[in-house]
Unconditional design. Structure first.
Length: 144
């Protein structure tokens, strides 16, 4: 199982190379607290679809990562997580600027954890709302 405590400390310190997905999309951590994470991502030409708007899956993926990191802050050592369900509402198109994703743990159960995320553009306009359910599991063979 990953050591989320060490990973999150290193991520807070600005260390690169810890998460290839975050690095690839130029997503940076802005804030991390108990049950909360905030990420920022630039809108780049490579993220656009044919109509000139940011491809929605990239925004959803950012929200998924933000929720996962908020959840990591409330996990017991030796616990892993994986997304099992996502619901997204696209609220406004994105053409340029930067996006900010604010994610919170909504409810933590024994094996299921629900998180919410609101993504805004750099003008403060809501562009995406995402709710996700994660499965938490231990590193034992019984959980596989």
């Amino acid at each position: 199982m990953p050591d989320y405590t060490s990973y999150l400390q290193r991520l807070r310190a600005g260390e690169k190379g810890l998460n290839p997905f975050l690095d690839f999309f130029k997503i940076t951590l802005e804030d991390l607290q108990d049950g909360y994470a905030r990420f920022r991502m630039p809108v780049r030409p490579e993220y656009m679809q044919g109509a000139g708007f940011m491809q929605g899956g990239v925004i959803v993926a950012m929200a998924d990562e933000a929720i996962a990191h908020a959840i990591m802050t409330v996990l017991e050592p030796g616990t892993g997580i994986t997304t099992i369900e996502l619901k997204s509402n696209f609220l406004a198109p994105v053409r340029d600027g930067e996006l900010t994703a604010d994610a919170r743990v909504f409810k933590k159960g024994r094996t299921l954890i629900i998180g919410d995320c609101l993504v805004k553009n750099d003008n403060g306009r809501d562009v995406l709302r995402c709710a996700a359910t994660f499965l938490s599991f231990s590193g034992t063979k019984d959980s596989e």
